[in-house]
Design a protein around this ligand. Structure first.
Ligand SMILES: NC(=O)c1ccc[n+]([C@@H]2O[C@H](COP(=O)([O-])OP(=O)(O)OC[C@H]3O[C@@H](n4cnc5c(N)ncnc54)[C@H](O)[C@@H]3O)[C@@H](O)[C@H]2O)c1
Length: 378
């Protein structure tokens, strides 16, 4: 098994900041807003070590990718196919289910009106999809592979090894896994250095976020390459530099979900009350301002520092079954500094104005307020 850390890294040099959130890059000349801005190709470098120790070709620049393969075409794989087609890529797909192609084409057709509203790439067409009878044929010419097979560890381990064996040497391979660290999945592959997680949210053609993180054997350059590729493909990318089961968003969702199940199990709240508590409450803010910055506004002019000093002692109260960390000086500083960074120079008053307008916009967009000043409803 090659040690990825010592293998030559053919990928572009990492940008200085990691764990950053980025949006899609657009060509200003492109009125559809859908054409990725080409970037200079990375300096040519040695290919990665393959399992046999022989060099393999370097990947193409992430912004030049044209051919994407999707392995597993259910809810998520099919959603990825729809997204990549809408962005103008040629997509090959494979799924072992006998009715997979029919279902996949139905999913793409159903998604297309929404994708049209988002704005299609000039080359976008469902006709660019080819469903192939074998995995090997589906990935044979791919420049990037997205695996979206069922969430079973052993299946993922052997499937990723098969994809690695069949895909061209320069192709980066991402798994849609909801929670397995890549370290647990990459061990059987001959070249584990090009395997990483690219975790989407359902449906991948509408929800922008993808969390990108490598495993212990993943080359850092592959993570950087994948983040750039997803950005060029129109995703909002969080590049994590630390592996964490469930990544970031699912850990947050899961904490809420488990507490909801506890409350239902104990007869403390109904399903309807739980759902209403979010859609009529904090959910209205979370679409445009995260939970940390919205909490900072609960601290008024004093921001997160005042919020923590004021409500910090509540962490000892039984408000949730999830145990709270010790609110020591270093955690306090990290939260205060993090909120300052997220505010990016905006004053508390500006943030309050943004929050208020955001809530009004969400209420309007969801039909709970008239859509326009003249009282027109959707
Ligand atoms: N559903 C979600 O909301 C969601 C969100 C993010 C990530 N994910 C992850 O995406 C992956 C796929 O989940 P899903 O919800 O699309 O499941 P799904 O059951 O809808 O689809 C899985 C597909 O994989 C196919 N399949 C079965 N065995 C296979 C194999 N050996 N190789 C390739 N394909 C195979 C099935 O025929 C099916 O079409 C999982 O890892 C899941 O954790 C799911």
């Amino acid at each position: 098994m090659p040690q990825a850390a010592s293998a030559p890294d053919p990928y572009p040099a990492p940008r200085p900041a990691t764990r950053e959130r980025t949006g899609p890059r657009h060509d200003p000349e492109d009125t559809t807003g859908m054409t990725a801005t080409p970037e200079p190709a990375p300096a040519p470098g040695p290919g990665p070590e393959s399992g046999a120790g022989s060099p393999a070709p370097a990947p193409c620049p992430p912004e030049s990718v044209r051919r994407v393969a999707c392995v597993g075409a259910g809810v998520i794989g099919g959603g990825w196919v729809a997204h990549f087609l809408a962005r103008g890529y040629d997509v090959t797909a494979w799924d072992p289910a006998p009715d997979a192609e029919e279902k996949l084409r139905r999913l793409v057709d159903a998604a297309w009106p929404a994708l049209r509203q988002l704005g299609l790439h000039p080359s976008a067409s469902p006709d660019r999809l080819t469903v192939l009878p074998t995995l090997e044929e589906a990935v044979a010419d791919a420049e990037f592979v997205q695996e979206s097979a069922p969430e079973k560890l052993e299946l993922k381990r052997s499937l990723l090894a098969r994809i690695d064996a069949a895909a061209p040497g320069g192709a980066v391979i991402a798994s849609s896994t909801s929670g397995y660290p890549m370290t647990d999945m990459q061990g059987e592959a001959a070249d584990p250095g090009r395997l990483l997680v690219g975790h989407p949210f359902n449906p991948p053609y509408l929800i922008p976020l993808v969390e990108v993180v490598g495993g212990e054997l993943t080359r850092p350059g592959a993570v950087e390459w994948a983040s750039r590729f997803y950005e060029a493909a129109g995703k909002s990318v969080i590049t994590m530099d630390k592996e964490l089961p469930g990544f970031i968003a699912n850990r947050l969702q899961e904490a809420l979900w488990r507490e909801a199940l506890h409350m239902v199990a104990n007869g403390e709240a109904t399903v309807q009350e739980i759902d209403d508590s979010i859609t009529e409450g904090p959910g209205l803010r979370w679409a445009f301002m995260g939970p940390c910055l919205t909490f900072a506004l609960a601290g008024g002019e004093g921001g997160m520092a005042h919020m923590l000093d004021h409500f910090g002692p509540s962490l000892k109260s039984p408000w949730t079954r999830l145990e709270a960390p010790e609110l020591d000086a270093s955690l306090r500083d990290a939260m205060v500094e993090g909120c300052d960074a997220a505010a990016a120079g905006r004053s508390a008053a500006q943030l309050v104005a943004e929050r208020d307008q955001g809530v009004i916009d969400v209420l309007r967009a969801t039909g709970r307020l008239p859509r326009s000043a003249d009282g027109e409803r959707p």
